[in-house]
Design a binder for this molecule. Structure first.
Ligand code: TYM
Length: 341
């Protein structure tokens, strides 16, 4: 059976990139798949988080999921730390993955920067925990933005190495060919990598110091209008064909955002706005963004006003996730050779 898993870190400033690259696509997959969507608080603490903020951001991501249209009763929404199997399987994967594999992770290199001696061990082992998230549920498909591609390749490598390292034991327990699936990344659409509004060479990110670099899910019309109006562009009018966006990263980004928000292709958007000036295009983009994001921000605020109701959703989700996770953990312990009562 096909199962979707994905996660979002509760580190604040949820933005348009998170929405178009991930959450909007989580919503669409509910029609065709069993979905598990996780607020990954264990990942968040690989960089120090203020405890009160971590709680607030965990509820905020949950509220965003629901406000965007994820149905927590038909699917599963929970926070990672409440299902102990994530940490348990991550430990096993720490012993499967090789130092060399993790050394090649570009996200670690970016996040650690020059201060390698001073980042947490957890930040280095982060991708093993991510593989554990996915494989704990033996998920077959993982919708993410482009920046997670390398982590998903590592997840496949870990699954494959586990399957070969323990092949006889896996067979002895009757699991047939390979225990873990080789998960498929789902990275598609016109907005797999939304760029900063201030700099077309940097991705839109939660941690950018400038709030003008991103549109937050909770921004109101004024904020959206100001940010789009100030967004960096070039002096040429828009091209009529997608080909014409090459070498124009800011134009490409805004057209991609427009396309993703309106469920169209970039080529299709350019049929309407080819040879338009940016001022006109930006006006249309503000209207579109306010139309799509306004209700989400409003609904998030309404949900956030009742934290107990959000917590109840997370508790119920964790209870249902645990049923699947506990079985995997029992099977993995048997396969690896751990005696259990
Ligand atoms: P995180 O919390 O940084 O981002 C959540 C999702 O948003 C996507 N994303 C973007 N997409 C397009 N353009 C952007 N500028 C942009 N910025 C972020 C991310 O690709 C992601 O899909 N490691 C993950 C969380 C995670 C996870 C998992 C994901 C933990 N375990 C298991 C999938 C499966 C992360 O840091 O996402």
């Amino acid at each position: 059976a096909e199962r979707v898993f994905s996660g979002v870190q509760p580190t604040g400033n949820l933005h348009l990139g998170n929405y178009l690259g991930a959450i909007k696509r989580f919503v669409a997959l509910q029609e065709s798949h069993d979905c598990i969507y996780c607020v990954v608080d264990l990942h968040a603490i690989t960089v120090w988080q203020d405890p009160e903020e971590l709680r607030r951001h965990t509820r905020e991501v949950t509220a965003a999921f629901i406000a965007c249209g994820i149905d927590p009763s038909a699917h599963i929404v929970f926070n990672q730390s409440q299902v102990s199997g994530h940490a348990e399987l991550a430990w096993v994967f720490n012993c499967v993955a090789r130092m060399g594999w993790l050394n090649r992770m570009t996200q670690f290199k970016e996040k650690a920067g020059k201060d390698r001696e001073n980042v947490s061990v957890g930040l280095f082992a982060y991708p093993d925990l991510m593989a554990a998230d996915i494989l704990l549920y033996r998920a077959t498909h993982v919708p993410v933005g482009e920046d997670q591609k390398q982590h998903l390749e590592l997840t496949r490598d870990i699954a494959q190495k586990f399957n070969t390292d323990f092949a006889p034991s896996i067979a002895a327990y009757g699991h047939g060919e390979g225990y873990f699936p080789l998960t498929e990344p789902l990275i598609a659409g016109p907005a797999t990598r939304v760029m900063s509004l201030r700099d077309g060479s940097k991705k839109m990110s939660k941690s950018d110091a400038s709030d003008f670099s991103r549109i937050n899910l909770t921004d109101d019309r004024d904020a959206i209008a100001t940010k789009v109006r100030k967004a960096k562009t070039d002096p040429e009018p828009l091209p009529s064909e997608e080909e014409g966006l090459k070498g124009r990263p800011e134009a490409d980004n805004l057209v991609g955002i427009f396309a993703a928000l309106s469920d169209r292709t970039k080529a299709d958007v350019l049929k309407d706005y080819g040879s338009a000036q940016f001022s006109a295009f930006k006006g249309a983009l503000v209207d579109l963004a306010v139309d799509k994001l306004g209700p989400i921000g409003g609904e998030m605020q309404r949900l956030m006003a009742d934290p107990a109701a959000i917590d109840a959703i997370l508790i119920d989700g964790a209870d249902r996730a645990r049923v699947i996770a506990d079985q995997t953990i029992r099977e993995v312990k048997d396969i690896v050779g751990m005696v259990r009562g």
